[in-house]
Design a protein around this ligand. Sequence first.
Ligand code: AKB
Length: 320
Amino acid sequence: MKRILVLGAGGQIGTELVPHLQNLYGSDNVIAADLKPEVVEKLGRTSRAVMLNALDIESYAKLLKNERIDSIYNLVALLSATGEKNPQLAWNLNMGALLNSLNLAKDFNCAVFTPSSIGAFGENTPHYKTPQDTVVRPNTIYGVCKVSGELLSDYYHTRFGVDARSVRFPGIISNGALPGGGTTDYAVEVFYEVIKHGRYTCEVPKDTYMDMLYMPDALEATTQLMEADPAKLVHRNSFNVTSMSFTPEQLFTEIKKRIPSFTWDYNVDPVKAQISASWPDCLDDSCAREEWGWNPKWGMDQMIDDMLAACKKKVEKNAQ
Ligand code: AKB
């Protein structure tokens, strides 16, 4: 039976990964850890939750030992746009949490999942059908951390036998916790703004393609990869995964077909413009498909219908 620790559990992915893991492995076997007391209090209503600073290696080690943890899902990270506001903090936090996770995984014999990102790519990467193995020269601190993290995770695997695996997540669209500080956040924010105000101002240029995944597929990718037969993995850190790619203008046009009164405009943020232009237009995820059976279920149309229904419900509930 697995004993799982989710670090950074209160964020966009963690909020939905914790119940997904509870369903698969049993609630008692999943511990949700976060830094902020108010987040831990909230997580504690539906899961075993603890306060932990991933940079405090002694407390981290104690928790792994006491709870007999064998699998770590390390979700601690500052995202791309926020990272540019404080590169030193982004490096310290993103790399510190990963390095502690890998070192403790070596000592306590744990498997480690840490998301990488399309942020690992840069301007010189082929943008169309971006291959699994290609140029990774990002120009954001977030991307520098992601590339370093991929290399470090592979190093800990080959040098110390740590079972480290990861995927390069594109933008993740979800209706649980909001994302924060990412370049792809517009693709979530727009749904709430449409429902609440019928209009949206987008900070990403109208014609920028970026890959996206709907959360149920992101969760499936995470646990499917961690359950994959290691003998079949040619790659480990990190696999391209995607299920759709669109521009803001294409997304908004599709939403307008469902909500004809919806209007939008653009107030482009230069940092987000530069970051989004440097990322792929669409990934080639054939290695994930071949090596561990990746097969996403959600396309753009179904995702939009589901997001509109879920966000409407949430906004109406909050208004009561
Ligand atoms: C971001 O926009 O920074 C993230 C990502 C694609 O890694 N959502």
